[in-house]
Design a protein around this ligand. Structure first.
Ligand code: HXC
Ligand code: NAP
Length: 250
């Protein structure tokens, strides 16, 4: 069996790639990937493109997705359209999807990868901080899925993959916001799979464990990135000294 390619720790394309699947697996498909300018989303875009797919990568920072698109197109020879959007803003999503359809004429696959996270004890987490992560991860996933449904998948079928996380399934200190948001996305996946499945729209979750070399991984290391309520800034009423013992990798 082929070995996986050597890892890289930055948002650069792999220095070498041996196909694990047929190089034509996704030939002439089009994938719309939120959060595709960095981390896991960037690598999904690269691997898809190495299998013949064209991609749209979308996130808030146009410079970030533009630079990523240049790297991806140069390494794979496929087309990559960078677009700016905030998954919390439905009108911006509509505009981006319309632009993608104008460029490619279709979208076959949606990868909902955009997310926000930080470490924070529940006792120091503001209502707006909790809401912000729910808005990006959960509502954002719904917003993009719904627009894609309305603009193309309805009547054509399609594939939706929601990137969630293993972290929330058994509970984790400092992660009530992200774990709750990802659990809601997993529930959303099941509901949409049942509701849209008969229309030839396949909806799945993909839950990674810790992926080294990514922003998400860096943010989950409490000793590298001390959080509110842990240090001296806003000490939590709960005993911070117990957290390191309660912290476990995903
Ligand atoms: C506590 C924080 C905080 C922190 C922000 N807030 N950072 N609270 N600890 N470290 C609070 C703010 O004080 C504010 O509440 C509210 O959250 C909104 O903050 P903003 O800065 O206005 O939000 P915004 O500009 O929308 O940025 C969103 C963000 C940011 C999530 C805070 O970090 C971001 O853009 N992240 C994107 C990249 C990222 O997070 N990548 C990792 C994904 S990995 P108040 O009350 O003050 O108004 C991942 C791992 C999965 O998801 C594992 C999951 C189980
Ligand atoms: P990342 O590089 O920070 O990816 C998150 C992406 O989302 C960024 O490209 C960011 O770009 C985009 N984004 C954030 N907020 C957005 C918004 N409001 N609208 C549009 N785009 C937004 O982190 P990552 O570690 O690769 O994480 C990718 C996915 O994997 C996330 O869903 C995460 O929850 C999941 N995951 C990661 C790990 C891990 O170990 N890394 C483990 C389990 C699950 P902009 O800043 O330009 O918007």
């Amino acid at each position: 069996m082929a070995q996986p390619p050597p890892d890289v720790s930055e948002d650069d394309c792999l220095p070498e790639y041996r196909h694990l699947f047929s190089p034509d697996l996704l030939r002439d498909k089009v994938a719309f990937i939120t959060g595709g300018g960095s981390g896991i989303g960037f690598r999904i875009a690269e691997i898809f493109m190495r299998h013949g797919c064209h991609t749209v990568i979308a996130s808030r920072s146009l410079p970030r997705v533009s630079m990523a698109a240049r790297k991806l197109a140069a390494a794979t020879g496929q087309k990559c359209l960078p677009l700016s959007l905030d998954v919390r803003a439905p009108l911006a999503i509509v505009a981006a999807v319309e632009q993608a359809l104008k460029e490619f004429g279709k979208i076959d696959i949606l990868i909902n990868c955009a997310a926000g996270n930080f470490l924070c004890p529940a006792s120091a987490l503001s209502s707006n901080a909790f809401k912000t992560v729910m808005d990006i991860d959960t509502l954002g996933t719904f917003n993009v899925s719904r627009v894609l449904y309305e603009k193309f998948f309805h009547g054509h079928g399609g594939v939706i993959v929601n990137i969630t996380a293993t972290l929330g399934t058994r509970g984790q200190v400092l992660q009530v916001h992200a774990g709750s948001a990802k659990a809601a996305v997993d529930a959303m996946t099941r509901h949409l799979a049942v509701e849209w499945g008969p229309q030839n729209i396949r909806v799945n979750s993909l839950a990674p464990g810790p992926i080294s070399g990514t922003e998400g991984f860096r943010r989950l290391e409490p000793w590298q990135a001390p959080c509110r309520g842990w240090g001296t800034r806003r000490r939590s009423p709960t005993a911070p000294s117990s957290w390191p013992a309660l912290w476990h990798p995903m």
